[in-house]
Design a protein around this ligand. Structure first.
Ligand SMILES: [Zn+2]
Length: 420
């Protein structure tokens, strides 16, 4: 876990040291260490870039300082838009503040030959130059700073691919789905059409296994299915390919859940659960937490894992369990941890916008067996305590479920942006 910790703390020197260790041990044991070697190479080159950037930054500050003394009376010196760029099928706009729906106005204008998509975005971007933005398969993207407070983006599109836009913390993403490149120059471009990420959503429990039961006979299995369906809806709209382990109230073994994830070749696996605690503590204990698989066994993780791990797993011998949790899982664990962080942050952010008393119980590691069999980054979300009167009431509320699902979807977007 020390390697993972180094990654999380952004400690490059330590990260490098651990990577070198992993590689040398891996070689001795005959493991494939290519991934780690590539990572090490990346880290070494990263460092170089950083130092170069530092120098240019210094110069920039000096330049900006000189400018500031001239236009000191211009109150608009804080640019609210930091960066506008394209990546794959997306236009990404980064702000230095949180964005809401009110900050974007979208209109569509249909002409005989093409669609025009018009975005008026609140904010000032000092580098609005029309030449910089391009997406393969889109005719043209114009960008202009209309006035001091509105950035205008106009997209001309012959293929009439309607864009969708997503607001995620300090970022707006304009996404074009189903892009097919029209260039006839080569046949390769056909293959280059945007590859959709595959997400497997796993609503916990089902059928004879009701999961935790809260006040007024609120069942975990019902809550998590509703949230899973909302999440599927949001992700599909954003262009993901989505599968669910169950779409109705039926029992599924842990093994079959991960089997499905592997069969459909999912890029990530998200298991959704609700937590519970003994009646004597039900009123005080609440909160949302996201777990990722790891051998770590804190008392808290143990307690939650014991609840979520089914009886067929509990019967497994310790030796068998430990053999699963070898160093080989390291890269998957790192990715799972990153995914857990993105989802937890976005879930909390989205809920806090609409509700008071949202409690962040953080990202935790634990031995969850539903995550062991999955070959992709996998996490388990405890969306709240169904035993807590307030949280269980909210978890049964349609609006709350929708907002929670939207937060998870934002987290998925955020993860894939950083880890394409
Ligand atoms: Zn559960």
């Amino acid at each position: 876990m020390s390697y993972l910790r180094a990654v999380l703390n952004n400690n490059t020197a330590l990260e490098k040291k651990h990577l070198i260790n992993i590689i040398s041990y891996g070689k001795k044991l005959g493991y494939d260490t290519k991934k780690y070697q590539a990572e090490l190479k990346k880290l070494s080159s990263k460092k170089k870039i950083k130092t170069v950037k530092k120098i240019s930054k210094k110069k920039k500050i000096e330049k900006e300082y000189a400018k500031k003394s001239i236009i000191a009376n211009n109150s608009n010196s804080k640019y609210s838009i930091k960066k506008v760029y394209t990546q794959k099928n997306m236009i990404i706009i980064d702000f230095n503040k949180h964005v809401t729906k009110k900050d974007i106005d979208y209109n569509i204008d249909k002409t005989k030959y093409s669609n025009l998509y018009l975005f008026d975005i609140k904010g000032y971007f000092k580098d609005a130059r029309p030449t910089k933005l391009a997406i393969n398969g889109i005719d043209k993207i114009f960008i202009i700073q209309k006035n001091k407070t509105i950035l205008h983006i106009k997209v001309r599109d012959k293929n009439r691919l309607k864009p969708i836009y997503i607001i995620n913390n300090k970022r707006i993403i304009i996404k074009f789905l189903n892009i097919k490149t029209t260039s006839k120059k080569s046949t390769v471009t056909y293959k280059e059409k945007y590859e959709r990420k595959i997400v497997l959503i796993d609503p916990g429990h089902g059928g004879k296994d009701s999961g935790a039961i809260g006040p007024y006979k609120r069942y975990e299995k019902h809550v998590v299915l509703a949230i899973a369906k909302d999440l599927a809806y949001h992700l599909k709209r954003r262009g993901y390919k989505v599968y669910l382990t169950r779409t109705n109230d039926k029992f599924i073994t842990l093994r079959n859940r991960t089997k499905k994830a592997n069969r459909v070749n999912a890029d990530i696996f998200i298991s959704i659960h609700a937590n519970s605690i003994a009646k004597s503590k039900a009123k005080e204990v609440k909160g949302i937490e996201t777990f990722f698989l790891s051998p770590a066994r804190s008392a808290r993780a143990k307690r939650v894992a014991a609840k979520e791990n089914s009886s067929d797993v509990r019967a497994m011998s310790n030796a068998t369990k430990n053999s699963f949790l070898t160093v080989l899982n390291q890269s998957k664990i790192t990715a799972s941890n990153k995914l857990a962080i993105d989802i937890q942050q976005n879930m909390l952010y989205q809920l806090k916008k609409h509700y008071k008393y949202i409690e962040d119980s953080g990202v935790r590691e634990g031995p969850f067996w539903v995550l062991v069999g999955a070959q992709m980054p996998s996490i388990l979300i405890e969306v709240g305590y169904i035993s807590n009167p307030m949280e269980s009431r909210r978890l049964y509320n349609k609006k709350y479920q929708k907002i929670l699902a939207e937060g998870i979807a934002n987290g998925v977007d955020s993860y894939f942006l950083k880890n394409p």
